[in-house]
Design a protein around this ligand. Structure first.
Ligand SMILES: [Zn+2]
Length: 92
């Protein structure tokens, strides 16, 4: 049989071919890795959660595209700190 899953994040539709009896086993509580030893990890994940490999990678941060934290100046207007000079204007 062919299972159709839709990724909950990007909407990508994936088709996964499994044996009927394996799917039946899985529905009855057999772990996916035992029920479908012939599927890739990506396919099993798609079957379980619908999440496609791309979104899965992003979710676990596999591509290292984390936003850099904003640099914060130790800037306090009342103190007259000049972020460009890097000192307090009174001291310069
Ligand atoms: Zn996706």
């Amino acid at each position: 049989m062919t299972i159709t899953t839709t990724c909950p994040f990007c909407g990508k539709i994936q088709l996964i071919r499994v044996h009927n009896e394996d799917f039946h086993d899985w529905e009855n509580g057999v772990p996916a890795q035992e029920a479908f030893p012939y599927l890739s990890e990506d396919d099993r994940e798609a079957l379980i959660s619908g999440i496609c490999p791309n979104c899965w990678d992003e979710m676990i941060g596999g591509k290292g595209e984390e936003d850099e934290p904003d640099l914060e100046w130790g800037y306090d207007e009342d103190m007259g700190f000049d972020p460009y000079l890097g000192c307090y204007t009174d001291d310069c």
